[in-house]
Design a protein around this ligand. Structure first.
Ligand code: NAI
Ligand code: MG
Length: 359
């Protein structure tokens, strides 16, 4: 099949890690007989340098015209980069928020998977780690507290600030459907996280999630309060398969989940809209401290490309092949410096890409 992929190399280590993901995708095309046509799209600092703004209408149009977007990461060193002398709305990160909004990417998926070989980097106790864990957090990304009305006012000399947390049933339903669809491709368990003992928005969340669950009789649904979930992630992470939650809870829990794996250079992410379209990027940033040194770990980006194949292009077999290649290369003992351990073989960015493509 022929697919159109928008490629955002971005800033810092972005171009280095995206080049390796493309190397792996080229191999997928060769082995499975697909054709991927790439369109380079500028975002963030690279777009500021070329056009004076972090996102152009042309970039949005190119992204919309593609089947999926694969991105490195954007942004620079806030202390030294001239991009941060600009006002906040003109800085690299503003471009990322704007493209997410323009593409209506309401579903943010972040897997937290612990490789056997990287258990040494996991900060949890051995008895908690057990056989490891493999979960994915499905976070609502365009509603709730971060998008509600807000104001700060003063009355009788006292300042008050108000943020509004609101969800309508359609917003809840579409993210729930995503979570259940994903659960069908995994262990068929959804943990919906809310604060239904306190919040009206959470009570509506629970009601709508239960309605959606009726369409997925094979999937087990459980509800968990967010404070309990925060504890369970470090107490017994293996209990989770798909965690479904609203914007702010998902923001906090997904950072917590990524830290318990102990290796940010390994974690992929996807942001999806109502169609099959999505934007795929590593969970980490542009790592300006190691840019240009050829030592960045490309695996989070390569695994993001695998997610792209699975979720936007329906190429499950090909996605599995990439994921098992990553597993094999780790088993063989190859490591970039960020995940290096005693007795392992240290490799650079390009060599790691070659190894994955080779497998
Ligand atoms: P960061 O994730 O870029 O780096 C944190 C630490 O992890 C650094 O020591 C870095 O060297 C290391 N690291 C990150 N990715 C790595 C990889 N693939 N291989 C090896 N080591 C890796 O976070 P930081 O330093 O807070 O942000 C740097 C820039 O990235 C900022 O401009 C920030 O705004 C931007 N950023 C962009 C994101 C995006 O494009 N979605 C997300 C987060 C931050
Ligand atoms: Mg966050």
């Amino acid at each position: 099949m022929n697919y159109n992929i928008a490629l955002i190399s971005g800033d810092g280590i972005g171009p280095e890690i995206v080049a390796e993901a493309k190397k792996v995708l080229d191999k997928v095309c060769e082995v499975y007989g697909h054709t991927f046509s790439y369109k380079e799209v500028l975002l963030g600092g690279a777009s500021i340098d070329a056009h004076g703004v972090p996102l152009t209408e042309e970039a949005i149009a190119d992204a919309k015209a593609s089947d999926a977007v694969l991105m490195g990461s954007i942004g620079g060193d806030a202390k030294t980069s001239p991009w941060y002398k600009l006002e906040p709305s003109k800085r690299p990160e503003a471009g990322l928020l704007a493209i997410r909004k323009a593409l209506n990417l309401f579903a943010n998926l972040r897997p937290a998977y612990l490789y056997n070989e990287l258990k040494g980097a996991c900060p949890l106790k051995e008895e908690v780690i057990g056989d490891g864990f493999d979960m994915i957090i499905v976070r609502e990304l365009t509603g709730g507290l971060y998008f509600g009305d807000r104001k700060t006012y003063e009355e009788n000399g006292v300042q008050t600030a108000v943020d509004t947390l609101s969800y309508n049933e359609n917003e809840i339903r579409r993210i729930a459907v995503k979570a259940f669809d994903i659960a069908m491709k995994r262990k068929k368990k959804v943990t919906s996280v809310d604060k239904a003992n306190v919040l009206d928005s959470s009570r509506l969340w629970r009601k709508v999630v239960e309605e959606v669950a009726k369409d997925y009789p094979e999937v087990t649904l459980e509800h968990m309060l967010v404070d309990n979930c925060a504890m369970q992630l470090v107490h017994n992470p293996a209990q989770f398969d798909v965690i479904l939650t609203e914007n702010m809870f998902g923001d906090i829990l997904s950072d917590e989940a990524s830290m318990v794996t102990g290796s940010i250079g390994m974690l992929s992410s996807a942001s999806l809209n109502e169609t099959k379209f999505g934007l795929y990027e590593p969970s980490h940033g542009s790592a300006p401290d190691i840019a240009g040194k050829g030592i960045a770990n490309p695996l989070a980006t390569i695994l993001s490309a695998a997610m792209m194949l699975r979720f936007s292009l329906d190429l499950d077999k090909e996605a599995d092949a990439i994921e098992s290649a990553v597993q094999s290369v780790l088993t063989e003992g190859y490591r970039t410096v960020d995940i290096m351990q005693d007795g392992m073989k240290q490799v650079g960015t390009a060599e790691m890409g070659d190894l994955i493509a080779g497998h």
